[in-house]
Design a protein around this ligand. Structure first.
Ligand SMILES: *[C@@H]1O[C@H](CO)[C@@H](O)[C@H](O)[C@H]1NC(C)=O
Ligand SMILES: *[C@@H]1O[C@H](CO)[C@@H](O)[C@H](O)[C@H]1NC(C)=O
Ligand SMILES: *[C@@H]1O[C@H](CO)[C@@H](O)[C@H](O)[C@H]1NC(C)=O
Length: 329
């Protein structure tokens, strides 16, 4: 599916990634957890209050909020480009196929509105999203980490870039490693951030091929536990598209390490989850966390989130501080 499009654009991508990295490594140094300490000291309190109030009413929002930040950072860097609405003349990232089911924009908009009252024109939407993702994870018993701030908002958002750059649930281990490497993230970051699948749900169409017609011969995916295939077949008929299955059944609303237990038992929902058993380093990590109740997962996740949050950031005079997160100034 989308991975063939990835291939067709690999050359273009590589060129843009090289440019991106030349800029990002220099700019990430401009970020600091105290960036707004003079200009908007209550930024963290305001974002936390807003996020917590949404999550306490709808805990399932945590997963899409984490995903929003990830999808923002992987396309043009963490610059809030995922938040921009399409216009008559521009199909924005938001409208790309892999972003069709993203939600939670209202949380970012609410935090932005509250911040504009307190310190107008100061806090970027990209920073708000990084804080919202952290606070959403913390609110459902996940780790807490200091978020380096000072990102500025981008002025470009293109659906085609999202389609070509974002990892898909169908990716194999080679592709996954490459996609993360292209963003300056290691094999370890990849397997650690995959642990984000401890929360959330997946639509049937993203995995029914594994249950019914894996290679087009009416077969199943041999890398999935047959008992789990039988279980999932009850949730998704072959042509089902939109019904949802939990990625980490039983604890899909709590941020914990049980995702790795599922994957180690060959019960990962997506091909991209199962793929983690096909590489020595990622397999070892999955097994370690599964057998030690996630002894290092929270610490690792915090570290990798900070690293992910520095991808391709704009600082200094580049970019802008958007007035409304859905609209370029
Ligand atoms: C952006 O799009 C959403 C969904 O179509 C809409 O509800 C919202 O009002 C738009 N925001 C702005 C500022 O135009
Ligand atoms: C992984 O996926 C890519 C892209 O679809 C494909 O070119 C490659 O052959 C696959 N690798 C393996 C080991 O299956
Ligand atoms: C399985 O996939 C093949 C190839 O895409 C297709 O021709 C066939 O109709 C599918 N079978 C079912 C039962 O959907």
């Amino acid at each position: 599916m989308a991975s063939s499009k990835f291939n067709a654009n690999i050359f273009l991508l590589q060129v843009s990634v090289i440019v991106l990295f030349a800029l990002s490594s220099a700019n990430a140094k401009g970020l600091s957890a105290k960036y707004y300490s003079k200009t908007c000291p209550s930024v963290e309190a305001i974002v936390k209050k807003t996020t917590t109030s949404f999550i306490s009413r709808a805990p399932t929002l945590a997963a899409p909020l984490l995903r929003l930040h990830f999808h923002d950072c992987f396309v043009r860097g963490c610059d809030g480009s995922i938040l921009v609405n399409s216009t008559k003349h521009n199909q924005a990232e938001k409208s790309a196929l892999p972003n069709q089911f993203l939600r939670g924009y209202q949380v970012v908009d609410a935090a932005k509105a509250a911040l504009e009252k307190k310190c107008p024109g100061v806090v970027s939407c990209a920073d708000i999203l990084a804080l919202v993702a952290r606070d959403a994870v913390s609110a459902i018993k996940g780790p807490h980490w200091a978020v380096p701030l000072g990102r500025r908002d981008g002025r470009i958002s293109k659906a085609s870039e999202a389609l070509n750059t974002l990892p898909t649930p169908f990716d194999n281990i080679t592709t996954l490693i490459q996609e993360f490497r292209d963003k300056g993230l290691s094999v370890k970051d990849m397997v650690v951030l995959s642990g984000g699948h401890t929360i959330g749900t997946g639509h049937c169409f993203t995995f029914t091929d594994r249950l019914y017609n894996f290679t087009g011969k009416g077969d199943t995916d041999p890398s999935m536990d047959p008992n789990y295939i039988a279980h999932l077949r009850k949730k998704c008929k072959p042509t089902d598209i939109l019904p949802l299955a939990e990625m980490d059944p039983g604890s899909f609303k709590t941020f914990d390490s049980s995702y790795y237990t599922m994957v180690s038992k060959r019960r990962g929902l997506f091909e991209s989850d199962a793929a983690l058993l096909n590489n020595k380093e990622t397999r070892a990590y999955v097994r370690l966390q599964a057998s030690t109740h996630g002894s290092t997962f929270f610490r690792d996740f915090s570290k990798s989130m900070v690293k992910m949050g520095k991808i391709g950031v704009r600082t200094g005079k580049r970019g802008e501080i958007r007035k409304h997160c859905a609209v370029i100034n």
